[in-house]
Design a protein around this ligand. Structure first.
Ligand code: PA5
Ligand code: NI
Length: 172
């Protein structure tokens, strides 16, 4: 993106402790490995009602053990706030989990548009061999609740099974 002042953040493997299932595999990899970056435009201050933010996420291809690189995932702090995602490049899965911990997945491919209703946690997974790039548009007062997912995780993971992605229920 260009043309407007942008914010950006990146997440390296070292910042994603506890996110991936296979902690031995995670530990054996360089903490400097870039997993994903986000660039976004905040037209108004965060938390102010009535506006929209626009962001681009790029997830690198890769795996920790048999689990594909993915975002941390979150509920919105204001649970009723929704969001749109639209895939630009690459191939992936969008995991959507409700407050009862029921998880479903949508395939992401160039042009796929995904509506994320309120009260739904969302995480994106790069299941391809090239970067997964998608746009997101969300309300300026949505906020991000990462804590709930850090504590409880999603109830399913996307794992490589003989070269293809499979949505596998999490063992607890
Ligand atoms: O607003 C969103 O849902 C996205 O822009 C995400 O913040 C982005 O994809 C990064 O994921 P996470 O915020 O879960 O680290
Ligand atoms: Ni969101």
């Amino acid at each position: 993106m260009h043309g407007t002042p942008l914010q950006s953040s990146e997440k390296k493997l070292g910042q994603l402790e506890g996110v991936f299932r296979d902690s031995d595999a995670w530990q054996s990899m360089s903490p400097e490995t870039l997993v994903y970056q986000v660039q976004w435009h905040e037209a108004i201050p965060q938390g102010m009602e009535g506006g929209l933010f626009w962001g681009t996420t790029t997830i690198a291809p890769g795996r920790v053990g048999d689990e594909y690189f993915m975002t941390r995932g979150h509920f919105h702090s204001r649970r009723d706030r929704g969001e749109y995602y639209c895939t630009v490049q690459g191939r992936g899965m969008l995991l959507l989990m409700d407050e009862e911990r029921v998880t479903r997945a949508e395939v992401m491919e160039p042009g796929s548009l995904h509506y994320i209703p309120g009260y739904i946690a969302h995480r994106t997974v790069n299941t391809g061999e090239t970067p997964l790039v998608f746009w997101a548009c969300w309300p300026s007062d949505a906020g991000h609740d990462y804590e709930t997912i850090a504590k409880q995780g999603f109830s399913a993971r996307v794992l490589d099974r003989d070269g293809s992605p499979a949505v596998v229920p999490e063992e607890r």
